[in-house]
Design a protein. Structure first.
Length: 208
């Protein structure tokens, strides 16, 4: 005969797994092995690291993305990697936000930033796209720029004349990849604080 406490644990676990999603964390990038370690895929790398910390794998197809659900504290999360290619990221994120009726303020975006040195991160409560096409797409889909984002530095072009597309789709050198990887733990902690409504603490502690 099953222990009554074990039965309660099973019920609690079932209730937790079916709790409604109330926060989205989306990492931006391009699908395909040829893009895996490119500068533009820093967001994908970061969201994969967060998923690993939360013990889930982002592999379910939904909302023009691969997704996973996870729980952080008492918040049910949707982790997303849009499969629309970078410039149409908003299609996936907008669809998910509409489905779960989630306000832009509860959509955290992890995105590469060529104005920051490799390994530097900046946390922002809201803001313009800053020339980033993925962010432009999200702003258009959500009809708002009031969503938080963690900008992940991937380094500036070596010269002003250097082709931007070639730069962001270029493979990260091992040294730069190491600098990024060393910040994944900080990105996880910053994301956790943001989910808990403590973005000011995240900005003060991890924007460096």
């Amino acid at each position: 005969m099953a222990n009554i406490f074990d039965l309660f644990k099973k019920i609690e676990k079932k209730e937790e797994s079916t709790s409604p999603v109330s926060f989205i964390i989306a990492g931006l990038g391009n699908i395909g092995k040829q893009y895996e370690r490119t500068r533009h895929n820093a967001g994908f790398m970061a969201i994969d690291a967060i998923a690993e910390r939360l013990g889930v794998k982002i592999d379910r197809v939904k909302f023009h993305a691969t997704v996973a659900e996870a729980t952080l504290g008492d918040t049910r999360l949707l982790l997303m990697k849009p499969t629309t290619l970078m410039n149409n990221s908003g299609v996936a994120i907008g669809e998910a936000a509409a489905f779960y009726k989630i306000a832009p303020e509860r959509v955290l975006v992890l995105v590469d930033d060529i104005s920051l040195s490799p390994g530097v991160i900046r946390i922002r409560r809201k803001g313009s796209a800053g020339g980033h096409n993925g962010l432009k797409s999200i702003i258009a889909s959500l009809s708002s720029d009031a969503f938080p984002r963690i900008k992940i530095g991937v380094g500036q072009k070596p010269t002003p004349e250097y082709d931007l597309v070639s730069w962001v789709l270029g493979t990260l050198p091992v040294s730069d990849m190491t600098l990024l990887s060393e910040r994944f733990s900080d990105i996880y902690e910053a994301a956790s604080l943001t989910v808990r409504g403590e973005i000011d603490t995240a900005m003060n502690k991890y924007s460096r």
